[in-house]
Design a protein around this ligand. Structure first.
Ligand SMILES: [Zn+2]
Length: 558
């Protein structure tokens, strides 16, 4: 058993004051590690930067010497004592779904940020005692009392905690499973309608997957008065951070909350339990590369939205709007010609969350979701609606949970081939491993469900014609195959187009003359190419009965 005591002597300073006692130590050097990253975010996180006033003492309270061997590893050499206590302060002042925040209003902790483990002893139970004001309410997958018991380090760091005087807890039950929707902060929604919506999409997910993997599940919502949108998945809970929560943002807030909640709930199967082999179990000490990001986030993004439609929580048009957002993000990104889904997944730890190099990669979320939609519809078509992509995920849940060793790309392909047939498998490989443009595959796939993919030029005629994307008068992106790409750079500032000030009513002509801020001028010759076109899904009014019936099954229409 490992004991943690966490107090908050001065919440204004944002420090959590932490003591951890490790007992029954074996002989030799004692190594203590703080995670270098957290599940759900595949990049190194500087949690150690928040550790202050670190010290180690023996059973008698005598201080012991320590040293560091990596940024997140502390070592005490050959202590003569069987128990050691680590003492330190953790600066908790970052509001997002994967970090921690302590202030005068609340305590919000993700233990993965701030609690140490010992390699080889992660399976020992942890007890965390929170020294909180008496009137604080608590919400956590480990319980609602100030003493939390976790069966292992993995369970502890998978169980974020909210504590304050103002937690608002709404509940619903489905087939004996209890769901809590707990708000820290105000929200603008009608709670009866909100619970009905949550009930509906939860029920549809449970029907699709055949039950629910835990008895009690918690949606922990940080509802903010400023703009934010973030969610992080856990086995038995999720943290959602969103805002603004003002009454005038009601519709947008509802869409955001339902969108992120449905996505994170599906993670209760996909990622937290059905997990890439490379992360079964998690190694928090260093980067863990995996090549199946399209499964982890693509499948989840697709199903998070689709379940909202299938449950009737989102209208037909609201669901198409979500697809159109994916299409917009995919087709505005020229990185689609440079990196496959596979390469982008392998590079997640390098550039997954930054746009450091322009037009370099695709999003595992965005292209991953579009590929999921294609595979889902193609499996439905090839099996005359007997199966869909959800059967692949069900099989993964049966065969490839983390305690079974997780899944590899080959496992996923094998299931797609087994359920969808050779044609769908070939398609999956092409979509995942190559940069082949997906317009025609999308067009052909959407036709199966009585829909079309339509394109229209970018709303800014200058952008459509030159391949230059502007933010006011600054160039923020350039289509790599355009002529402009050869003569201007991202970051350049334009003052005139065809001799007219950019702020004024300039006209497009065959050739385009650009004047840059340094006074130089450039002439772009005429071209028939168009850039940054928009794509969207629309219903095909000429669809036949077969197409419409496949669409009904896909969208869950009555
Ligand atoms: Zn996700």
């Amino acid at each position: 058993m490992i004991f943690c005591h966490i107090s908050f002597k001065n919440p204004h300073s944002h420090f959590a004051n932490i003591k951890i006692k490790f007992a029954n130590l074996t002989k030799g050097p004692q190594e203590f590690t703080l995670p270098a990253w957290r599940p759900g975010r595949y990049e190194l996180d500087p949690f150690t930067d928040h550790i202050f006033r670190f010290g180690v003492s023996d059973e008698a309270g005598r201080p012991l010497a320590w040293r560091k061997t990596t940024p997140n590893t502390w070592i005490v050499d050959n202590p003569s004592t069987q128990a050691l206590t680590l003492r330190y302060d953790y600066y908790a002042f970052k509001m997002d779904a994967g970090n921690s925040l302590v202030d005068k209003q609340q305590v919000y902790l993700n233990f993965i940020n701030c609690i140490f483990y010992q390699v080889g002893r992660m399976d020992l139970p942890y007890t965390v005692s929170l020294d909180l004001p008496k009137d604080y309410l608590i919400a956590c997958a480990l319980g609602t009392r100030p003493t939390l018991q976790a069966s292992s380090y993995h369970q502890l760091v998978d169980s974020p905690v909210f504590a304050s005087t103002k937690l608002r807890d709404l509940t619903y039950t489905i087939d004996g499973h209890e769901f809590h929707l707990t708000f820290q902060g105000e929200h603008p929604l009608d709670e009866t309608k909100l619970l009905a919506d949550f009930y509906q999409f939860t029920r549809v997910q449970m029907q699709a997957m055949g039950g629910f993997p835990c008895q009690v599940y918690r949606f922990l919502v940080q509802s903010l008065d400023y703009t934010h949108y973030h969610g992080v998945e856990h086995e038995d809970s999720t943290v959602l951070v969103l805002g603004p929560n003002t009454p005038d943002t009601h519709d947008n807030y509802r869409e955001m909350l339902l969108g992120v909640a449905s996505h994170e709930l599906f993670h209760a199967w996909n990622v937290t339990r059905i997990r890439p082999a490379e992360m079964s179990p998690y190694d928090f000490s260093k980067e863990v590369l995996f090549d199946t990001g399209f499964v982890a986030e693509g499948f989840t993004t697709y199903y998070g939205d689709l379940f909202l439609r299938q449950s009737g929580v989102f209208s037909h048009q609201a669901y198409y709007k979500e697809i159109n957002t994916l299409l917009l993000r995919h087709f505005q990104n020229y990185g689609r010609f440079e990196s496959s889904l596979l390469e982008s997944s392998q590079n997640l730890w390098v550039d997954g969350y930054q746009k450091s190099t322009p037009s370099k990669k695709v999003s595992i979320y965005v292209k991953g979701a579009l590929v999921s939609m294609i595979l889902d519809i193609q499996i439905r078509q090839s099996t005359t609606s007997q199966h869909s992509l959800i059967d692949v995920i069900q099989q993964m849940y049966a065969l490839h949970r983390y305690e079974q060793g997780g899944y590899t790309l080959s496992d996923v392909y094998a299931l797609i081939g087994k359920i969808g047939g050779e044609h769908v498998l070939t398609l999956a490989r092409e979509l995942v491993e190559t940069t082949t443009p997906i317009e025609s595959i999308l067009q052909q796939t959407l036709a199966l469900v009585g829909c079309s993919l339509v394109s229209e030029p970018h709303s800014n005629e200058f952008t459509a014609k030159t391949g230059i994307l502007l933010d006011r008068n600054r160039i923020i992106d350039i289509a790599p195959k355009s002529i402009a790409y050869q003569v201007v750079s991202i970051g350049d500032t334009l003052t005139h187009i065809n001799g007219t000030l950019l702020e004024e009513d300039w006209e497009i002509s065959d050739t385009t003359v650009l004047t840059l801020a340094d006074g130089s001028t450039l002439t772009l010759p005429s071209s028939t190419e168009t850039y940054y076109s928009y794509y969207s899904i629309v219903d095909d009014p000429a669809a036949d009965t077969l197409q419409n019936s496949l669409k009904k099954e896909w969208l869950g229409d009555e």
